[in-house]
Design a binder for this molecule. Structure first.
Ligand code: UT7
Length: 352
């Protein structure tokens, strides 16, 4: 039995300015706008430039989430950053965020679970709140896969984009109430090699000829991961809805990791979900890994598609191979006093 319930208090996002369109990639690899659009749904992706860091995006998303929640950095006592594309292996990104937002009393850690990282981080923060260890937690999903992509591999370079998204969750003010109704996970390490970002283990010049030094870049067996996602994700989502004590009819929207439009269509068919219940914004950002769920949710909130009181299923899937789901009530109040910012989608469409 949990000591406390959890309230979702804020959401914030951050994307780099620089846009890479599908056509920009045809100069690098043998591909086409038609192939990328029809196979993935992606039209554009944002990528960091110059010395912009994943923690810069993380900090901006955190500040935006604090503004949404009407809170200050000093209110935060736990920071979890989900990222598989760190600026540094150490120090951990949570410490950089701590300094960036002035959450000087907060403790924290990073989590490396690929595209399911954000929900793993969120559900970990939920437990810290439920058992009383933390009162206000900041959970960030931030990735800059552009830094780890082989831009001459057409199998991967057309897929990923950079971005960050943050949630703030707090101890619920009303005893016995909670916005996070259920969480669940699955992990199949036997299929772990289907997406990988290897660390260079043969880096000793005394033992390894220069030409044999392994390159560190993303590898993905797209077809296998596709099959995994369409097979496992609907099953786990259905189980998590049941665990929350709900029926599928009581779910308003599904906010899934934005990996591929065809994956979403296949899942919707399998689960008998109406097209408009599936939140899709991937055409603007590509696959932003741990950031994709808050980016999609934020866009749907700003466009008015998702409203206060809606019941949501959030689901991340990918490297591991792993899946993570959460069922939640969206009761979060936007405390920002300035005119509501344009949706991110509108922002990118303006450039078209
Ligand atoms: O975020 C983590 C979770 N990720 C996912 O869930 C991603 C899951 N997988 C996918 O989304 C899809 O498998 C991809 C979008 C990655 C690939 O689509 P696909 O329909 O599975 O294509 P494929 O890998 O089976 O490749 C089909 C063909 C191949 O050519 P051949 O062997 O048939 O001659 C590829 O070489 O398409 C070729 N190809 C391309 N052609 C043009 C692969 N990439 C490209 C490209 N442009 N960029």
């Amino acid at each position: 039995m949990s000591k406390y319930g959890v309230a979702i208090r804020g959401i914030g996002v951050s994307i780099p300015e620089h846009i890479v369109w599908n056509d920009d990639l045809t100069g690098l690899v043998e591909t086409s706008d038609e192939w990328i659009t029809s196979r993935t749904g992606f039209k554009a992706r944002r990528v960091v430039s110059g010395d912009q860091l994943v923690t810069d995006l993380a900090i901006e998303s955190a500040k935006n989430a604090l503004a949404y929640a009407g809170m200050q950095g000093e209110d935060i006592d736990l920071i979890i950053v989900a990222s598989s594309t760190p600026d540094y292996i150490y120090p951990a990104a949570c410490g950089v965020v701590q300094q960036g937002i002035g959450a000087l009393k907060a403790f924290g850690f990073d989590m490396m679970m690929g595209c399911s990282g954000l929900i793993y981080a969120l559900s970990t923060a939920v437990q810290f709140i439920e058992n009383g260890t933390a009162k206000n937690a900041l959970v960030i999903g931030a990735d800059t896969h552009s830094r780890y992509t082989d831009w001459y591999d057409r199998n991967t370079c057309v897929l990923f984009g950079d971005g960050a998204g943050a949630f703030i969750i707090s101890r619920h003010e009303k005893a016995g109430e909670t916005d996070v109704l259920a969480v669940d996970f699955m992990l199949d390490g036997a299929r772990g090699q289907e997406i990988k970002l290897p660390v260079n283990r043969d880096n000793c010049p005394l033992t390894t000829p220069r030409q044999n030094i392994e390159k560190s870049a993303i590898y993905m067996n797209g077809r296998e991961v596709f099959k995994f996602a369409v097979g496992e994700v609907p099953r786990l989502m259905a189980e998590t809805v049941k665990k929350a004590g709900l029926t599928p009819q009581e779910i308003d929207y599904y906010v899934l990791h934005q990996a591929n439009a065809r994956i979403m269509t296949a899942m919707a068919e399998r689960m008998d979900i109406r097209e408009e219940q599936m939140i899709v914004n991937l055409e603007h950002y590509g696959n932003t890994s741990a950031a994709s769920i808050p980016l999609a949710l934020y866009d749907a909130l700003m466009s008015g598609q998702i409203k206060t009181g809606n019941t949501l299923v959030l689901c991340g899937f990918g490297a591991g191979l792993a899946v993570s789901t959460a069922v939640m009530k969206w009761n979060c109040v936007d405390h920002r006093t300035d005119a509501a910012p344009a949706t991110l989608q509108t922002k990118s469409l303006e450039v078209v």
